[in-house]
Structures are given as C-alpha cells and as structure tokens.
Design a protein around this ligand. Sequence first.
Ligand code: PGA
Length: 241
Amino acid sequence: MRTLFIAANWKMNPPPDGAFAARSPYRPRTDLDIVIFPTFLDMKTSVAGGLRTGGQCGYPEQTGAHTGDISMAMLKNIGCTHVLCGHSERRSQHGESNEDVAAQVKAASDAGLLPVACVGETLEQRQDGQEETIVRAQVRALPLDRDLIIAYEPVWAISGGDPKKQAITADDAQKMHAFIRSLLPRSATTRIIYGGSMKPPNARDLLEQPDIDGGLVGGASLNPQAFGEIVKIAAAIGKRH
Ligand code: PGA
C-alpha cells in the first residue's frame, strides 16, 4: 500500500498567509502524507504550528567546518521528519553531484529522517533522448537499500515561479515513473512522486497514473487555495494498492 504524498516546497519564499492556521491546507491528514518544506528560518514555526516539516537540504556530516550548512541530525532535533536530497536547484546552483546526493540520503536515513531524493533530466538531455540514461544513473547512485521517496522532476518542467510553465504530459510522466520503478529493489512499496508545474488543472491526470504516488509542488504550493485543491484531488484518488 502506498499512501499518496503531497509536499509543499516553499523554496526561498516566506510561508503563505494563514499557513499555520487551524484549517490550513498544509496541515497533516490521516488519508494522505502532507509535508511542508519551508526555509530553515521558518522551520521552528512550522513544527510548532503542527505541520509535518522537512528540510530543503541537509549536509551529510554531523558537525564541523561547514559554513552555512545544517546537518541531518540538526533537522531531526528541531522536529523535521523529512528532507529533500539533490533537488535540481541544489544540483545546478550548489554543484551537488550524484555522490553528494547519495551521501545525503544515507546521512538522512541514519538520522531518522525520510529522504526525498530528487532526480530528473534537463531539456537538452531530453532533446538528445538521454532522459532514461540520466535518470538511471541518478537513481542507481542512491542507496536503494534505505527507506526513501524518489521525486521525479524533469528540470525543464519546473516552474521557477512562472505559472505559464507546463508540466510534462501525464503519459510521459507515467512512462518515466514506471521506468524508475523498474530500477528499484523495493518497487512495490517505494513511493515515486512527480514535481514540475503540478497545479490544480493537471494534478488529477498526473496523480491518477498508476506509478505516480504524489507530488512535490513548488509554485502552486505558495497559494493556499491551489495547494488545497491539489490536496483534495489527491484525497479523492486515495491510496495506491
Ligand atoms: P514547481 O516546483 O511546482 O514550481 O515547478 C517544483 C519543485 O521544484 O520542487
């Protein structure tokens, strides 16, 4: 049984208005896993406000000379339950390699966090027909013996705040998710979620695909109404048998 997982990746943005209010769509539910990824500065408020909270990144070492970094254990101690590893913006803006991402996933799971490892090809790689080769290498580099969630995010579909950006088609997403599942030793139970311009008009088509177990929502997660609609759509679809 795979419970659908809907995540709000707020990136470097303040929490949306009312995010911590009693009836906010960001609150945990029993039928779905809802997890919020705020900035480090908003994490304490998010945890204290009762939201399931994750780090947008974490450093694999425990302590030491790593200016500007936060360890996985520190995220756990503050009350986080999850952490993103190797988001494409971390890979492209901070030079994180497949090996770095693997080390993050290991450290996260050692610290008792559930890692959400992000993979996905660039536009150029897809145009060259290299998407499966790239994603295979990214997935195979991960410590797949650990409990983890995989987020497939085609880099070219990530909105970057542009609401006009289009997601991949549901058929193409399903194809890649099935491919990723074929690489996993625990293929029946590992959740593979989709990220990249998921929003209310395309969420149903994407989430109904048999190998898409949720969404990593960026831009639309900053709008409580849009995020709430995605949550409702996921709840109507229910768990994956
Ligand atoms: P997006 O972001 O929904 O704005 O495309 C997704 C992500 O980068 O995690």
